[in-house]
Write a protein that binds this ligand. Sequence first.
Ligand SMILES: [Zn+2]
Length: 457
Amino acid sequence: MRSLVGSLLLFTSLAGAATGAEVDWTAIGAEATEMLRDYVRVDTSNPPGNEIAAAKFLAERFAKEGIESRVFESEPGRASILARLPGKGGGKPIVLLNHLDTVGADPSPWSHPPFEGVIDDGFLYGRGSVDCKGLAVVEAMAMFAIARSGERLQRDVIFLGTADEETGGKLGAGWFVQNHLDLLDGAEWVLNEGGHGRRLEDGKLVYEVGVVEKTPLWLKLTASGPAGHGSTPRGTSAVERLVRALERVRTRPRDVRVVPQVADYYRALAPLRDEPLRNRYADLATALQDQAFREEFLARPEDAALVQSTISITVLNGSEKTNVVPPQASADLDCRLLPDETPEQFLAELRSTIADDEIEIERLVELPPSASTTDTALYRAIEQVAREDGAAVVPNVLRGFTDSHYFRSQGMVVYGFVPVVLTDEETRRLHGVDERVPVAELGAGTQRLVRILRALD
Ligand SMILES: [Zn+2]
């Protein structure tokens, strides 16, 4: 009896798969919403992370679907999870990447508690509801939907949820790539955060796909000088030396240039804009030669950061006492390099700007350049789905960085694409107060991802 029911079910689901009508997307949406609500309740604020709780939560869900998973701990409590949905063996696996940790949340300014997953007016509120628990749920549900349909894709689909992304990923993606890269079985493509469907204010739909990230280079400048009493300034103290250097950094002439990926980004945006922006975005380098437009463009920090390597002066350290002249003073610089510039070139220029050989420059964080070509079947699959949805695909350049560089350094193509559609209002809340995801997008996003995976087949 049992086997008969089993084979009948198998038969109907296979027949369904052939027609492509096998999945009840409304039910999937409801289930995704419930899963995200429960997942948001697993607090993985980093620090401390405690991603093991998230890994166990997900492992249980995968087990229920009959999908094998494995949990890894890089340090006690700092866990990552890998689950694999086997394909027919045609083509290398595709990795659906997400991270298990979130940034913290002080509940007081939130309209709903950040770790309860409250649903209000069509939105699910909670820390991680988009970044990155929302993405994880959509990726997992896409695998569940395919598994349940009985359909087998050509390639394996690998779900990889990692620890520690919010503080740099060393105990998560970094650790995984170093120790278990072989488990990805030669995967050539990775989908990660770093781009998403975007509903513009005029209603137009854009699928932003992250293909390049600016290269972070974090530096510490340290100046030294005679220590002494604050009552007797000598004009040669470490603090004064540092302040002079920082002023030269702050007022340095800017090297504004349009690298090819940034030109592509604005060119893709051009048709979505009205004149005169349409014309200017179509050829940004030429447009920037016009002084009035250049000033207007550079006055917007988001745009300005895409046409120059930037420096933010962030941490400052001097004396701990008002009346003590310290022997040392230091400042941290958060530098983000355009993809055509090496750290060595950047540092040489910085040294000449500072023009003080006695100021030491230490590299705190240095990551490799992080870029992927758009000339792949995966990119074309996203384009195909976008066309069906009436959306334009825009190859995005990220000012910030994600875990993508760990995989790009291994030769994999990584795209930042969270397949849910957000307005800029939602995007502004990431890492901030009242992070939320439109509930309808959980089912829609799952379906979009399944369509991308099928388009690859
Ligand atoms: Zn994230």
